[in-house]
Ligand binder design. Structure first.
Ligand code: ATP
Length: 355
């Protein structure tokens, strides 16, 4: 197998506490992967005059994938480059229950769906400002029966739903539904009643794309109805696709169904690049306590191994995680156990025969 290169950003606050041991775990698997650490943040600013210098960008470009630890600022520029620079338009967030997870649901056993969140547009383009910026447009609200300029001081944020951006992420969801070979169903959600122009467009494109996949069932729900269904009947879901903001919110909710953010992996895919990071943030409130749950990060690494073609290793890691939780002997604190972060990694080494 050809050697691969992975760019690693350990991240901020509690992130390095799970990122470094996860890379060590991957190294112990003796896969043909070289890990490089592009310089970011204040260190890069001091050395190169930029928080994400050209040399670091080149390392990302030359790598086959990036393994990204959550950031509270130091690597934000790198993250923006990984998203918009590398056009990673599909954020894939699996929500799969494993026995031993502390799910709040009565019957979580068959929860196994994937949220595909559009990753580049919607309200995340940074097009925000003061209402006075829009005064010249003479915008009139038919709902509020008032001109925007008569609403007094305020701010705005622009929501953008494009044809290209919607089509490619919805197609990605259909392809994933085929590949998973599960229920073979795509569920699309957005606020297409109230936001008929923008979110309605996302849904219209969904129906168009669905015509190319007669073997995959397709359904749509308004996002508030969808949330209720996701909570009351999550086992009816297979692949779910939605615009950026809803995906951000719903995927954290989905993580809650199986036991919380500590369990939720994520991968962001473009046409020719992908990066992988846990769905959770930097968990600043538990930094330095050796209690951050590594599961989300380790499972993100496993998604990365699959992307790089190391399917056996990915399956081995997933089986190792499942066996630890099923045995119930080394359960992290957020799942109701007493295992410290380093103890979980030691137990995982043991489960994988790496000690
Ligand atoms: P950020 O601004 O980086 O997103 P945040 O605190 O707003 O940080 P998260 O980092 O996602 O958001 O954390 C939300 C809550 O979930 C925190 O209480 C955090 O400790 C907890 N949490 C997140 N990830 C984990 C984890 N892997 N293990 C245990 N608890 C976690």
């Amino acid at each position: 197998m050809t050697r691969k290169t992975v760019a690693v950003f350990p991240g901020d606050d509690a992130s390095p506490e799970v990122m470094h041991p996860t890379v060590e775990l991957l190294e112990k698997l003796h896969l043909p992967i070289d890990f490089v650490y592009p310089m970011v943040g204040n260190e890069a600013l001091a050395a190169h005059g930029s928080r994400f210098p050209e040399t670091s960008k080149a390392q990302v470009d030359e790598a086959d994938a990036t393994f990204f630890g959550s950031t509270s600022g130091q690597s934000t520029e790198a993250l923006f480059y990984l998203r918009w620079g590398k056009q990673t338009y599909a954020n894939v967030r699996p929500c799969q229950f494993r026995p031993g997870y502390r799910s709040p649901m009565a019957n979580p056993e068959n929860i196994d769906f994937v949220v595909v969140r559009e990753n580049l547009e919607d309200l995340y383009l940074g097009l925000e400002g003061d209402l006075t910026d829009l005064a010249g447009l003479n915008l009139y609200s038919k709902h509020a029966k008032t001109s925007l300029k008569d609403m007094g001081a305020g701010r705005y944020a622009i929501k953008v739903i494009t044809e290209v951006g919607s089509e490619r992420v919805i197609r990605f969801a259909f392809e994933l539904a085929r590949e998973r070979g599960g229920m073979r169903k795509v569920t699309l959600t957005s606020k297409y009643n109230m936001l008929a122009k923008a979110d309605g467009y996302f849904r219209e494109i969904g129906f168009e794309v669905a015509k190319d996949y007669p073997d995959i069932a397709f359904e749509t729900f308004i996002v508030d109805d969808f949330l209720c269904r996701m909570i009351t009947n999550p086992c009816a879901l297979d692949v779910v696709v939605m615009p950026n903001l809803y995906g951000d919110i719903m995927s954290d909710g989905a993580a809650g169904l199986i036991g919380g953010l500590g369990l939720a992996p994520s991968g962001c895919y473009g046409a020719d690049y992908a990066y992988f990071e846990s769905a959770h943030g930097t968990a600043p409130d538990i930094q330095g306590q050796n209690i951050i749950n590594p599961t989300a990060t380790v499972l993100s690494a496993s998604m990365m191994l699959s992307y790089l073609g190391f399917h056996d290793a990915a399956n081995t890691i997933e089986a190792g995680i499942s066996s630890l939780y099923a045995a119930g002997q080394c359960i992290p604190v957020d799942q109701g156990g007493i295992a410290k972060t380093n103890e979980f990694f030691q137990a995982l080494d043991g489960a994988l025969g790496l000690t």
